[in-house]
Design a protein around this ligand. Structure first.
Ligand code: 6PG
Length: 484
């Protein structure tokens, strides 16, 4: 036990006072959240199955409001009733293992939150199982990384609403705040709604990251700009309407020198990215629900393709392309790239919100889209200036079909569309892949098309499969005997 015998900690029986919340998993995120809770005046009892992690955490704090339990039964015995627990272990089996181990130690009325990047289907299942025991289960989407956990993350709770009043003061105290003081934590909806909102956040995160990578690579390959100069452009963009956390860190990364070589560090990093799967889940759910999220999905594909380093090396020696490589004016290209990034950002958010809207209908969740946008304005990885007009768009029109047709977004698209087209064309002529940016243009052009060639598609299906087709001049389903 690490808490010291501070008078404030000693109850009338002379025992340690009961803690307000128990935190299971004292890794980077769990440890940061425990310290954040403590700083905000809450007593926290932490536990980690790993002794070394318990020791490490203990070395980071001597605060009188923090204590450490060496077992789950010790932990649950130290909590004020009804108990409140936050599980911060890796998504998947580890969560089920902790819940199984907690099973006999909890009582009806206790609240358990899972703050990992869990799949919302798992959260649905866990919530139903625990509800049978009278335990309120909450799937808590958390974004902000190590720094956010410690100083103010964006929090997306959803699940058993009966547990919300118990945990709300704690979560809202530690969450990030927007510049005008709004708290970046609010109720998202029933079942796995909170974790689903986090999955879509990560889908947009993938799209945003890939878009910035493409803008960087275009400047590098076409304009032959060194990384540091591109970093300066990003830093400049970050001051304007493209301002975002990911823009800030990318500017920083590109300007960072390798201590060993004194060259740009990014030039020494392998061009092959990994993923834990949350972006993939966004795309998988989009396919299941029949929602078009091409920019998010292209970003997932781009990571997968980047991983084929050896195959790419071989292909580069076989597939020699004949490129015309038109010359590009630097100032004009940078302006176009700026606009292409803006248009792509609007499109990837439009896709993410369309996915949220479809899931809300399918699962009957009534997701509060304006609240989602507002919660994402600070603390999380995709925080950006764009989220303010997006919040305003859903406040004006909660039933908005698609962000692209919101008047403010449509105006931004109208002035950035030309840059988007020119950048896609420039990338194509130079053989520089722009899967995210190109997909945004296709999404934009498809969504605003009065007619698409799906008439031919209907006919093809009817031709080989007798699936029938609809007509523009008559109601009903029709079939043609094409091969007679
Ligand atoms: C966040 C991040 C965070 C993390 C994910 C994504 O919002 O704080 O999304 O949850 O970076 O693990 O990781 P992958 O890129 O590996 O999917």
């Amino acid at each position: 036990m690490w808490a010291v015998a501070d008078p404030k900690n000693v109850g009338f029986l002379g025992h340690m006072q009961e803690s307000e919340i128990g935190l299971i998993g004292l890794g980077v995120m769990g440890g940061g959240l425990a310290l954040n809770l403590e700083r905000n005046g809450f007593s926290v009892c932490g536990h980690d199955a790993d002794h070394g992690r318990r020791e490490h955490f203990a070395s980071r704090t001597q605060g009188p409001r923090l204590s450490i339990a060496s077992s789950l039964s010790e932990l649950t015995g130290r909590l004020r009733s009804p108990r409140c627990l936050l599980v911060m272990v890796p998504a998947g089996d580890p969560v089920d293992q902790v819940l199984r181990a907690l099973g006999a130690l909890l009582q009806a009325g206790d609240v358990v939150m899972d703050g990992g990047n869990s799949h919302f289907i798992d959260t649905n299942r866990r919530m139903l199982a625990l509800r049978a025991q009278g335990i309120h289960y909450i799937g808590l989407g958390i974004s902000g990384g190590e720094h956010g956990a410690l100083s103010g993350p964006a929090l997306m709770p959803g699940g058993d609403f009966a547990g919300w009043p118990r945990v709300r003061p704690l979560l809202q105290a530690i969450a990030a705040r927007t510049e005008d003081g709004r708290i970046c934590c609010d109720w998202m909806g029933p079942e796995g709604a909170g974790h689903f909102v986090k999955i879509v956040h990560n889908g947009i995160e993938y799209a945003e990251m890939q878009t910035l990578c493409e803008a960087y690579w275009l400047m590098h390959q076409v304009l032959k700009m060194p990384a540091a100069a591109i970093g300066e452009v990003f830093a400049q963009w970050a001051q304007g309407e493209l301002g975002s956390y990911l823009m800030d860190i990318s500017a920083d990364i590109l300007q960072r020198k390798d201590l060993d070589t004194a060259e740009a560090l990014v030039d020494s990093i392998l061009d092959s990215a990994e993923q834990k799967g949350t972006g993939k889940w966004a795309s998988q759910t989009a396919l299941d629900l029949g929602v078009s999220t091409p920019t998010i999905t292209q970003a997932v594909f781009a990571r997968a393709l980047s991983g084929l380093k050896q195959e790419r090396l071989h292909a580069a020696s076989v597939l020699k392309s004949a490129l015309s490589r038109p010359s590009a004016n630097r100032a004009a290209t940078l302006e176009r790239a700026h606009n292409a990034v803006l248009a792509t950002r609007i499109c990837s958010h439009a896709q993410g919100f369309a996915l949220l809207r479809a899931a809300s209908r399918e699962f009957d969740w009534s997701l509060p889209l304006a609240t989602v946008a507002s919660v994402w304005q600070a603390g999380c990885i995709i925080r950006s200036r764009l989220l303010l007009p997006i919040t305003e768009a859903f406040n004006r029109q909660p039933g908005l079909d698609n962000l692209l047709v919101d008047p403010q977004c449509a105006t931004m698209l109208a002035r950035s569309e030309c840059g988007l087209r020119e950048v896609v064309a420039l990338g194509a002529m130079h053989g520089v892949p722009t899967p995210a940016i190109s997909s945004a243009l296709d999404y934009y052009d498809s969504y605003r098309s009065v007619r698409l060639p799906a008439n031919l598609l209907q006919a093809q299906r009817d031709y080989f499969g007798a699936h029938g087709y609809q007509r523009i001049d008559r109601v009903g389903k029709f079939h043609t005997r094409w091969q007679d």
